[in-house]
Design a protein around this ligand. Structure first.
Ligand code: PLP
Length: 394
């Protein structure tokens, strides 16, 4: 018996355990310090009333003979797929067919599982810094990975360059961790590249609902030619606070064909074989978040986080700390002052301001010298954290 040796090639990312360890040590030496976590990658606002109501109603239905639901369709209930297709039309003028939409329990799973339909010999391009799931899932399979540097020189938005040979391209926009977002022109260049080279773009739109800039597309399908080269992943996690509820969707357009095969059909085959669907109450709750009342409620939560991001951006501007993100994203990617390295600045901020951020070096080599702040804390804590930072660094 042989194990998959590629698992030995996965680099241990000590990022969050190292953050936790440094915080634990600091607290042991500084009892009672009032810490503020500005590195949180999870939402904190409660579920909106429309989602809660739908969860209760659907659970009650499940307790009746007429309303009981057993295994659902692997691709997701039609009521939710129709709601998503309406949402795309309203939100960004994109028309999707219901059979191009696949409901699942999360991005991590879909972003990893989609690789089942691609050969191991494909070359993968990811940005650096990067959401680690894109890298680790491909290392597990033994694929070659090319890194595209995201630096201040390219506004943290890497572009194709002469000689780039990539079969699978991960684009996350708005980006985690940098908060940078591709505008239409830049995204068009990627779509043209993918169509010319026969590549497939895996477009992660998990933070789509944070976009306020009209030049930034909410879906890659706003870009001409994208239906023949892109798969889009989107989630209710950050949009509707579903990180603990679990519901997501992946779009594989009918026009996406490689090696003479429709990838939509391959993905359907994969899902019907290895996945048994998302629970009925959860899909009802997700659908409720896209209807008028529910959507208004979830957007109030997004506005709450965006106001936090605005407060942070104002502080960093005042301090003249270069940063990106925060406008179309819950993340702000901040250059450490005085040329400090990521971990040195993390320690300094922790000890002097009792504020926790996330060291950028943990997201890739190009993250060195940066830290990530998130807008997922409360208004009061965000204001207090920024006050402390201003007092120390002004
Ligand atoms: N994609 C990105 C870029 C993320 O930052 C995250 C979570 O932080 C996910 C996907 C995970 O989403 P889900 O909760 O749907 O698995």
């Amino acid at each position: 018996m042989k194990i998959n040796k590629h698992y030995m090639d996965i680099e241990e990312t000590y990022l969050f355990s190292e953050v936790a360890e440094r915080v634990r040590k600091f607290m042991a030496e500084n009892h009672g310090a009032a810490l503020i976590k500005m590195g949180i990658g999870d939402v904190t606002r409660p579920l909106c009333p429309a989602a809660v109501e739908a969860l209760i109603k659907a659970s009650e239905e499940m307790g009746t003979a007429e309303g009981f639901h057993g295994y659902g369709p692997e691709q997701g209930y039609e009521f939710l797929r129709d709601e998503i297709s309406d949402y795309y039309e309203r939100n960004c003028g994109v028309k999707l067919f219901s059979d191009e939409i696949f409901i699942s329990d999360g991005a991590k799973s879909d972003l990893g599982n989609i690789l089942d339909i691609f050969d191991v010999d494909n070359v993968v391009a990811v940005t650096d810094p990067v959401y680690p799931v894109y890298v680790d899932t491909n290392v597990m399979a033994g694929r070659k990975i090319v890194k595209l540097s995201a630096t201040s020189d390219n506004a943290f938005l890497p572009m194709p360059f002469p000689g780039l040979e990539a079969d699978i391209i991960y684009l996350c926009s708005p980006n985690n961790p940098t908060g940078a977002a591709y505008d239409r022109q830049r995204l068009q260049i990627w779509v043209d590249y993918a169509n010319e080279h026969g590549s497939v773009i895996l477009f992660d739109a998990a933070y789509e609902s944070f976009i306020s800039d009209p030049d930034v597309p909410r879906s890659i399908y706003e870009i001409e030619g994208s239906r023949s080269c892109a798969i889009e992943f989107c989630s209710f996690s950050k949009t509707a606070g579903f990180t603990g509820v679990r519901c997501r969707y992946t779009i594989v357009p009918a026009g996406l064909v490689r090696d003479g095969v429709q990838l939509r059909k391959m993905w359907l085959r994969r899902q019907t074989t290895k996945f048994n669907g998302v629970s009925y109450p959860v899909q009802r709750a997700a659908a409720a978040c896209l209807k008028d009342a529910g959507h208004k409620q979830i957007m109030e939560n997004i506005a709450y986080y965006k106001e936090n991001a605005r407060i942070m951006a104002e502080t960093f501007e005042e301090l003249k700390w270069p940063f990106t993100g925060g406008k179309n994203s819950p993340y702000l990617w901040v250059r450490c002052p005085g040329g400090m390295k990521s971990w040195a600045f993390f320690d300094d901020l922790l000890s002097r301001a009792n504020v926790i951020c996330t060291p950028g070096a943990g997201f890739g080599e190009c993250g060195e010298g940066y830290v990530r702040f998130t807008s997922f804390n409360t208004h009061d804590n965000t204001i207090e954290a920024m006050k402390r930072i201003r007092e120390i660094f002004s």
